[in-house]
Design a protein around this ligand. Structure first.
Ligand SMILES: NC(=O)c1ccc[n+]([C@@H]2O[C@H](COP(=O)([O-])OP(=O)(O)OC[C@H]3O[C@@H](n4cnc5c(N)ncnc54)[C@H](OP(=O)(O)O)[C@@H]3O)[C@@H](O)[C@H]2O)c1
Length: 265
């Protein structure tokens, strides 16, 4: 899947094996980018074969980003291309549903390692690399959950609030180096995300109407290319919800999210 002769622009996409990350990777592939595409499981190899159909180089990397050595392995794969990175999408992430009293502490600490620590770790390499070349675009996946407390996913929302503010802060710092940073805030989106979080017995389960992952990815891709600070991913109702969240009290938003995310049994 890798031919050194290829000379399109190069993008790194984490969490490219499924969901929003796969759709983002697809948009880059269709638009002539070569890819370093990462996932935690073997699914990334099949995803990479699909992405390579569009003619570019695709380097699949299987690495657990909740571990520092996984992040290092991903960056080594980028370095091994010997090429400048034109864009980076820091997207891999997960949630854990359930009452905080019941959820597993080690699992939650691993969530923070993935959703927060790995983003800082990888962004350090990406930002220095792009600043040295005085160009580049970085897309960091946050969430609409960054705009409210998220009871029954109590650790998840704050982890995405971190990525949102991290992206916006980094954006300001990197402006003078010609590097743009964009935060993507998807609303609830049709992917494996809620099932993996163990939330099928909540309002976020299979019956919920969710945003299309293709639409969310397209909105993120366009915002990145335009150099926007942030974009809400989803339909008009999702965008209205993001707007309302700016003004609603946190306590009210917490109570509303609890009603939706609390396990039914
Ligand atoms: N779906 C939503 O409703 C929603 C809403 C707002 C924000 N988001 C955000 O969107 C991003 C993508 O989520 P998604 O909806 O596309 O979910 P998804 O379909 O479950 O995809 C998650 C991706 O992250 C990878 N990943 C998970 N754990 C990892 C780990 N420890 N190390 C490396 N990679 C790991 C997965 O790889 P494997 O498949 O190989 O495990 C997969 O490629 C996340 O950051 C999430 O917070 C999602």
């Amino acid at each position: 899947m890798s031919s050194p002769a290829s000379s399109g622009p190069l993008v790194l996409v984490t969490g490219a094996s499924s969901g929003i990350g796969y759709e983002l990777a697809l948009l880059f592939a269709v638009n002539g980018f070569d890819l370093v595409a990462t996932g935690r499981s073997g699914k990334i190899d099949a995803a990479a074969r699909g992405l390579a159909r569009y003619g570019g180089d695709v380097v699949p990397v299987r690495a657990d980003l909740a571990r520092a050595d996984g992040v290092e392995a991903v960056w080594r794969a980028v370095e091994r291309t010997g090429r400048p990175l034109d864009a980076a999408v820091l997207n891999a992430g997960r949630s854990i549903g359930g009452a905080f009293l019941d959820t597993d502490l080690d699992d939650e600490l691993r969530l923070i390692d993935l959703n927060v620590t790995s983003v800082v770790h990888l962004a350090k390499y990406v930002a220095r690399h792009m600043a040295a070349g005085r160009r580049g675009r970085i897309l960091i996946t946050s969430s609409l959950s960054a705009t409210l407390p998220t009871p029954y996913e109590t650790v998840y929302g704050p982890s995405r609030a971190f990525t949102r503010m991290f992206a916006l802060g980094l954006r300001e710092e990197l402006k003078e180096y010609g590097v743009s940073v964009t935060a993507l805030l998807p609303g609830a989106t049709d992917s494996d995300f809620h099932a993996r979080a163990g939330m099928n017995d909540t309002a976020f389960g299979p019956g919920m109407r969710k945003n299309s992952r293709k639409d969310v990815a397209r909105q993120g891709f366009l915002a990145l290319m335009k150099g926007q600070a942030e974009v809400v991913g989803g339909d008009a109702a999702t965008r209205r919800s993001a707007l309302r969240n700016r003004f609603l009290p946190e306590t009210l938003k917490a109570a509303r999210h609890a009603r939706m995310a609390r396990p039914r049994r």
